[in-house]
Ligand binder design. Structure first.
Ligand SMILES: [Zn+2]
Length: 142
Protein backbone atom coordinates (compact mmCIF):
# COMPACT_ATOMS: atom_id res chain seq x y z
CA UNK A 1 0.00 0.00 0.00
CA UNK A 2 2.93 2.29 -0.64
CA UNK A 3 2.28 5.89 -1.39
CA UNK A 4 3.80 6.13 -4.85
CA UNK A 5 0.96 4.14 -6.36
CA UNK A 6 -1.56 5.71 -8.66
CA UNK A 7 -5.15 5.32 -7.60
CA UNK A 8 -5.48 2.63 -10.22
CA UNK A 9 -2.55 0.68 -8.83
CA UNK A 10 -3.81 1.24 -5.34
CA UNK A 11 -7.22 -0.16 -6.09
CA UNK A 12 -5.60 -3.16 -7.72
CA UNK A 13 -3.45 -3.68 -4.62
CA UNK A 14 -6.54 -3.43 -2.43
CA UNK A 15 -8.43 -5.96 -4.46
CA UNK A 16 -5.44 -8.28 -4.14
CA UNK A 17 -5.76 -7.93 -0.37
CA UNK A 18 -9.47 -8.68 -0.58
CA UNK A 19 -8.76 -11.67 -2.82
CA UNK A 20 -6.37 -13.14 -0.28
CA UNK A 21 -8.96 -12.63 2.48
CA UNK A 22 -11.45 -14.41 0.29
CA UNK A 23 -9.06 -17.31 -0.19
CA UNK A 24 -8.79 -17.70 3.56
CA UNK A 25 -12.56 -17.52 3.94
CA UNK A 26 -12.98 -20.26 1.36
CA UNK A 27 -10.46 -22.42 3.17
CA UNK A 28 -12.23 -21.95 6.49
CA UNK A 29 -15.66 -22.58 4.99
CA UNK A 30 -14.58 -25.83 3.40
CA UNK A 31 -13.00 -26.97 6.70
CA UNK A 32 -16.19 -26.18 8.58
CA UNK A 33 -18.28 -27.87 5.92
CA UNK A 34 -16.15 -31.02 6.15
CA UNK A 35 -16.89 -31.10 9.85
CA UNK A 36 -20.60 -31.01 9.23
CA UNK A 37 -21.31 -27.33 9.97
CA UNK A 38 -23.88 -25.54 7.88
CA UNK A 39 -23.67 -21.80 7.40
CA UNK A 40 -24.57 -18.73 5.41
CA UNK A 41 -21.96 -16.38 4.00
CA UNK A 42 -21.65 -12.59 3.86
CA UNK A 43 -24.88 -12.10 5.74
CA UNK A 44 -25.95 -8.57 4.88
CA UNK A 45 -28.79 -8.29 7.38
CA UNK A 46 -26.47 -8.62 10.39
CA UNK A 47 -24.21 -5.85 11.76
CA UNK A 48 -20.81 -5.86 10.08
CA UNK A 49 -21.93 -8.36 7.48
CA UNK A 50 -20.21 -11.41 9.03
CA UNK A 51 -18.28 -13.61 6.59
CA UNK A 52 -19.64 -16.85 7.98
CA UNK A 53 -22.85 -17.23 9.98
CA UNK A 54 -23.96 -20.45 11.65
CA UNK A 55 -27.60 -19.79 12.46
CA UNK A 56 -28.08 -23.06 14.34
CA UNK A 57 -25.30 -22.12 16.77
CA UNK A 58 -26.12 -18.42 16.70
CA UNK A 59 -22.51 -17.79 15.85
CA UNK A 60 -20.98 -15.16 13.55
CA UNK A 61 -17.43 -15.44 12.23
CA UNK A 62 -15.36 -12.61 10.81
CA UNK A 63 -12.27 -13.36 8.76
CA UNK A 64 -10.15 -10.27 9.21
CA UNK A 65 -7.23 -9.06 7.15
CA UNK A 66 -4.43 -8.16 9.58
CA UNK A 67 -3.73 -4.79 7.96
CA UNK A 68 -7.25 -3.42 7.49
CA UNK A 69 -8.58 -4.54 10.84
CA UNK A 70 -5.33 -3.97 12.72
CA UNK A 71 -4.22 -7.25 14.24
CA UNK A 72 -2.18 -5.85 17.12
CA UNK A 73 1.41 -7.11 17.47
CA UNK A 74 1.18 -8.74 14.06
CA UNK A 75 3.83 -7.81 11.51
CA UNK A 76 1.18 -7.70 8.79
CA UNK A 77 -0.56 -4.84 10.55
CA UNK A 78 2.41 -2.49 10.26
CA UNK A 79 1.42 0.86 8.80
CA UNK A 80 3.21 2.33 5.78
CA UNK A 81 5.90 4.83 6.70
CA UNK A 82 4.46 7.52 4.45
CA UNK A 83 1.18 9.35 5.14
CA UNK A 84 1.27 8.02 8.66
CA UNK A 85 -1.60 10.19 9.91
CA UNK A 86 -3.86 9.21 7.04
CA UNK A 87 -3.31 5.49 7.61
CA UNK A 88 -3.50 5.73 11.39
CA UNK A 89 -6.88 7.46 11.18
CA UNK A 90 -8.19 5.12 8.53
CA UNK A 91 -7.28 1.96 10.41
CA UNK A 92 -8.52 3.47 13.70
CA UNK A 93 -11.90 4.05 12.08
CA UNK A 94 -12.02 0.44 10.88
CA UNK A 95 -11.21 -0.87 14.35
CA UNK A 96 -13.87 1.37 15.92
CA UNK A 97 -16.46 0.21 13.42
CA UNK A 98 -15.54 -3.45 14.00
CA UNK A 99 -15.94 -3.05 17.76
CA UNK A 100 -19.28 -1.32 17.38
CA UNK A 101 -20.66 -3.96 15.07
CA UNK A 102 -19.45 -6.85 17.19
CA UNK A 103 -20.97 -5.27 20.26
CA UNK A 104 -24.31 -5.02 18.46
CA UNK A 105 -24.12 -8.70 17.53
CA UNK A 106 -23.24 -9.78 21.08
CA UNK A 107 -26.06 -7.71 22.51
CA UNK A 108 -28.41 -9.51 20.12
CA UNK A 109 -27.20 -12.83 21.52
CA UNK A 110 -24.66 -13.79 18.89
CA UNK A 111 -21.38 -15.47 19.67
CA UNK A 112 -18.72 -13.59 17.71
CA UNK A 113 -15.49 -15.19 16.55
CA UNK A 114 -12.69 -13.29 14.81
CA UNK A 115 -10.23 -15.23 12.71
CA UNK A 116 -7.10 -13.41 11.57
CA UNK A 117 -5.67 -13.83 8.12
CA UNK A 118 -2.23 -14.81 9.51
CA UNK A 119 -3.71 -17.55 11.71
CA UNK A 120 -5.02 -19.54 8.80
CA UNK A 121 -2.23 -18.89 6.37
CA UNK A 122 0.04 -21.78 7.24
CA UNK A 123 -1.35 -25.20 6.50
CA UNK A 124 -0.39 -26.75 9.83
CA UNK A 125 -1.25 -23.76 11.99
CA UNK A 126 -4.52 -23.54 10.07
CA UNK A 127 -5.55 -27.00 11.24
CA UNK A 128 -5.13 -26.06 14.90
CA UNK A 129 -7.01 -22.83 14.35
CA UNK A 130 -9.92 -24.65 12.74
CA UNK A 131 -10.08 -26.96 15.75
CA UNK A 132 -10.11 -23.99 18.11
CA UNK A 133 -12.87 -22.37 16.10
CA UNK A 134 -15.07 -25.46 16.05
CA UNK A 135 -14.71 -25.93 19.78
CA UNK A 136 -15.68 -22.29 20.31
CA UNK A 137 -18.73 -22.74 18.10
CA UNK A 138 -19.76 -25.80 20.09
CA UNK A 139 -18.95 -24.45 23.54
CA UNK A 140 -22.06 -24.52 25.73
CA UNK A 141 -23.51 -21.18 26.73
CA UNK A 142 -23.74 -20.24 30.35
ZN1 LIG B 1 -2.05 -11.11 11.91
Amino acid sequence: MADFMTSNQRSRAMSAVRASETKIEIKLRSELHKRGFRFRKNVKDLPGRPDIVLPKHRCAIFVHGCFWHHHSHCKRSKLPTTRRVFWTNKIKENVKRDRRQMRRLRVAGWRVIVVWECQLNHATAGETVVQQITSRIMRPRV
